[in-house]
Design a protein around this ligand. Structure first.
Ligand SMILES: Cc1ncc(COP(=O)(O)O)c(C=O)c1O
Length: 352
């Protein structure tokens, strides 16, 4: 098995074999278009069984589309959407949520692990009420599971956020680009991780964890789905050959592939973390809970690793205690890849 030195993102991965096989298997004959195919109907049934409730699922091809469409459905143009200041919707989607929502404002809260708190929501809503017509109207909450800082909300944390949001009549969206990784960590049912704690709508990611290009907006609260079909079409996200999108998600769920892949990615991150923790002068921001690690290394080591062909992002703002890098593992990572990186860090440590 060849060693790959790419720890940049789980988006750099190939397609999981069973998903590619499912696309090939669907490549037979003609089928109704625009979501009227059998596979798309089957996907709704399978997802409802998996989540133990009747859901409405709308596949799209990017996470940005899933997030922006979901948020535009639950927040008006004059609304405020509460999220973390480092949320993907806030910093990595080129303004798509605001654009699709016709101008709604994202309001980001700070924290070190990417989680937001009920107190932050309550404080922001109180402030908005005080400002009245001059402020955006509190409209929705969005949380990322797992967070952009690699942490996973516990079930009681999700429930507490949903409780306070619902007290203020704000629907709650979950950005689940790495939901499978979070679920593998939580070791609970998909239902327990979402609607049973109060999540109204989620963006479910599959691309990072094995799909070719498959994400989905899943509504647990059917009262929120009105005209969503048309919203997706208007955004150019209703795929004509929809069977090829739906079969990716069917294969993703089939036999628990999504969890097998995510457990492997998480295990690779845990193994990398254990290895790094043994090296002096390496500090980890926190133990990994999903498949992302945030590590502080001396600058010369980082340069050496880059020169040796390792790929990763330098993360966050410059700091005095070294360089913070983000290391992402995936379903495609092999134990050899982890060993290769650990050996390189040890070598860099011994050379300085
Ligand atoms: C937290 C989070 N949300 C959503 C996305 C989806 O983004 P994309 O539009 O690139 O599929 C990503 C991808 O990096 C992500 O990390």
């Amino acid at each position: 098995m060849s060693v790959t030195r790419v720890f940049t993102s789980d988006n750099c991965t190939p397609v999981s074999e069973p998903i590619l096989a499912a696309i090939n298997a669907a490549n037979v004959g003609m089928a109704p278009s625009y979501g009227l195919d059998d596979q798309t109907a089957q996907l709704e049934r399978v997802t409802s069984e998996l989540f133990e409730t009747e859901v409405k699922i709308f596949p799209v091809v990017t996470g940005t589309a899933a997030n922006a469409l979901a948020l535009s459905q639950i927040a008006p143009p004059y609304g405020g959407i509460y999220c973390h200041e480092a949320a993907h919707i806030m910093v990595d989607e080129a303004g798509a949520p605001e654009f699709f929502a016709g101008g709604a404002k994202l309001i980001g809260f700070p924290s070190l692990d990417g989680k937001i708190t009920p107190q932050q929501i309550k404080g922001a809503v109180d402030y908005a009420r005080e400002m009245g017509v001059h402020h955006v109207s509190p409209s929705a909450v969005s949380l990322s599971q797992a967070t952009e800082w690699g942490a996973v909300y516990g079930l009681s944390e999700v429930a507490a956020l949903c409780d306070v949001a619902h007290q203020h009549r704000l629907p709650v969206h979950m950005d689940g680009a790495r939901f499978a990784n979070a679920l593998a960590h939580l070791d609970c049912s998909p239902a327990d991780a979402t609607w049973r704690q109060g999540i109204d709508v989620m963006s479910l990611g599959a691309t990072k964890n094995g799909a070719l290009c498959a994400e989905a907006v899943i509504f647990f609260n059917n009262a929120l789905t009105r005209d969503f079909e048309q919203r997706r079409k208007r955004a150019g996200h209703l795929w004509s050959k929809s069977r090829f999108l739906s079969v990716q998600l069917l294969a993703y769920f089939e036999g628990g592939l999504w969890l097998t892949n995510a457990r492997h990615a998480n295990a690779m991150a845990a193994s990398l973390s254990r290895g790094l923790a043994r090296i002096r002068e390496v500090s980890l921001l926190r133990p990994p809970e999903a498949n992302e690690l945030f590590v502080i290394l001396p600058e010369p080591w980082v340069k050496t690793l880059e020169t040796e062909g390792f790929h990763f992002y330098r993360w966050g703002t410059p700091r005095s205690d070294g360089v913070l890098i983000r290391l992402v593992t995936s379903f495609a990572a092999q134990a050899e890849d982890i060993e290769d990186l650990l050996t390189a860090v040890e070598r860099a440590a011994s050379e300085v």
